[in-house]
Write a protein that binds this ligand. Sequence first.
Ligand code: SF4
Length: 391
Amino acid sequence: MSSLYIHIPFCIRRCHYCNFFSSTLIEQKNSYIKALRKEIQIRSNYLKNKQLETIYIGGGTPSLLSIDEINSIFKTIDDHFCLAENIEISLEANPNNLNEQYLSALRHTPVNRLSIGIQSFFDEHLQVLGRIHSARQAHLCIQQALQAGFDNLSVDLMYGYPHLTLQQWKENLHFVKDIPHISCYCLTLEPHSQLYKTIQQKQLSLPDDDHIIEQTQVLTDFAHQHQFIHYEISNFCKENFHSRHNSAYWQRKPYLGIGCSAHSFDIYSRQWNICNINSYIEFLDEINTHGDYQNFENRLFEREILTPAMQVNEYIMTSLRTIYGCHLDYIAHEFSLAFAEQLAKKISLLQQDNYIFSHGILRLTEKGMLFADAIAAELFFDENDYLTTNE
Ligand code: SF4
């Protein structure tokens, strides 16, 4: 199974909390898409298995693309890959780009899953977060997306930001109770964001840890009450509506990332494309499509070979965040029996404190989910552990 990620880095305006790679120079869109299509052409060999099971068009704001632009990208994908019959093809969208006409045309492209960045249904929150859509647009686009036939619909919501009351958080969740997939992210205050400055200047303040825990509890209760499966720390779905693309990341499946800043993974190494749109466009404009792609290293991407300790740590970190858990027999088989045995010993204190439970598969308890990153870090191996276990 292989996956393809395509990055569209353009946004009309930066949201106040954003730390993703994005640009407001939308006039570069045409040249960027041309470069992107060329990159698909020259990098298709990165994936040994050319059959794609999932494609994800993320950003930035992919819904800034016209229908013709979306179709042109799929034409290039079709020329270089084979698409599985039941392929999942997701596109991220913002409410202000969506209307009946666009959504109906989009439904006639290969896109079969839509992920809309709503964040909140309250105008006052959307202003705090610097979103450019209104609460009315948020409600309307969900209705229109369902009417257009996007049954496989996902909505992003945010919590843990200034001014969000518990009652408003409950109302935000109530509005998405019948949506098949929701992603709920607790705000991370990014040091270079506008929101960070505003908070530093004491114009706004963040909720304290107790409030965040309360909001997390409301979310967990809501999920139970409305039959959502809490399949990853920030992701909830009705049965059979999990994101297959993101699940592939969490299960260490190889993927190719196309576009500025996109990451790729082939199990043994990770590589990431440059984060400069001008250089990206210029480079792809210059190169000959028959060139040796391996020579492009450092001009188009950087690469890191993953040591066994890095590979097992990544597996621990991502698998612990999911309902599927961290399988000790998988670690024994894929990495080393000694790693699996050491890990089984390391978890005893975490088990006593009710952060983790295990029957050969390590899974976080609800309490453990609040500290997932710290728990994973406690379980990490270093290079010496690997050398010692393999002596
Ligand atoms: S739409 Fe997404 S990528 Fe664009 S600025 Fe807002 S948060 Fe960042």
